[in-house]
Design a protein around this ligand. Structure first.
Ligand code: SF4
Length: 290
């Protein structure tokens, strides 16, 4: 039966220099937003997140979004700078490419409006915005399974690949978790060139299959995990923070009988990557039977 199917190609090609951009919009560079959007569009960037942390201008938002070619737009607004909630609802209702709008520093956590058909919403969040939080899955329900994701994950890091982040000062980074700067949007007029810069794209090419711990995990081809992979001097990549999933015993933190990596005899840090296979075997026999 299987022989009736053509072999699956592992070739992955995305016709874009960047696939997603996170932009902190500030009053320092609204006049550059138009130019920035155009550069991202030339790069075939289709997903964009706009963060209004210390400033908000609804006219600027309307004008730039209506003339842009992005397919998916997410917006984050600090409630302290938002004068008219009804206007935001109107913008969201009139522009189907805006998926979700998050209003942080809201009085309480709530769904303000929801489109029952698409599931997209305007959501009030009582917490201040904190983009720098490490995102680590805490359940398999967060994983999306598609052939495109699998193909991309074979050779790339799903979180960092083809991503670009621009902070409120206009400084350019690969992602908010990364500290290396790559110039300022007010001085660069060819963003596309960055996607060919080996330093800028360094994290793009570290798939989970090359990162210790993750390379043993059954979720390695679907996992969107924002922890920064670090190269160990003696070889291999490691993460400083431990994941919520222990792939050596197939248990999530919070599940019955969950054990940490250390407790099952696995060590991954800047110095070493070691696995105590005997201990692991004994523990798995107790947990799952032989
Ligand atoms: S161990 Fe790695 S691949 Fe597995 S869930 Fe955690 S971060 Fe994802």
């Amino acid at each position: 039966m299987l022989s009736n199917f053509a072999p699956l190609t592992e070739h992955f090609y995305q016709p874009s220099h960047f696939s997603s951009a996170v932009i902190f919009v500030s009053q320092l560079y609204p006049s550059y937003l138009d130019c920035l959007f155009k550069q991202l569009e030339v790069s075939n960037c289709h997903d964009i997140a706009l963060v209004f942390e210390n400033y908000f201008d609804s006219q600027l938002l309307r004008k730039n979004i209506s003339t842009s070619g992005f397919e998916n737009i997410e917006i984050y607004i600090n409630k302290n700078y938002l004068k008219d909630l009804d206007e935001i609802i109107q913008i969201w209702e009139s522009e189907p490419r805006i998926n979700n709008i998050f209003i942080f520093n809201f009085s309480h956590d709530t769904i303000i409006v929801k489109d029952d058909l698409t599931g997209c919403s305007i959501i009030g969040v009582s917490q201040p915005f904190n983009v720098a939080q490490n995102y680590i899955s805490n359940s398999e329900h967060y994983f999306q399974v598609t052939i495109d994701i699998y193909m991309e994950a074979l050779r790339h890091n799903l979180f960092y690949n083809k991503k670009i982040f621009i902070d409120g000062e206009g400084t350019i980074y690969n992602d908010v978790n990364l500290t290396k700067e790559f110039g300022n949007i007010t001085q660069i007029n060819d963003l596309k060139a960055l996607s060919e810069n080996a330093d800028f794209t360094w994290h793009w090419h570290i798939p989970k299959t090359e990162i210790d711990i993750c390379k043993h995990c059954e979720f390695r081809y679907l996992c969107l995990d924002s922890r920064v992979p670090i190269k160990r001097e003696s070889g291999g990549y490691y993460h400083e923070l431990e994941c919520n999933y222990n792939p050596f015993i197939c248990k999530w933190k919070g599940e019955n009988e969950y054990l940490t990596l250390k407790e099952v005899g696995v060590v991954s840090n800047s110095e070493e990557y070691t696995i105590d296979y005997e201990k692991l075997k004994t523990i798995n026999n107790i947990l799952w039977g032989s």
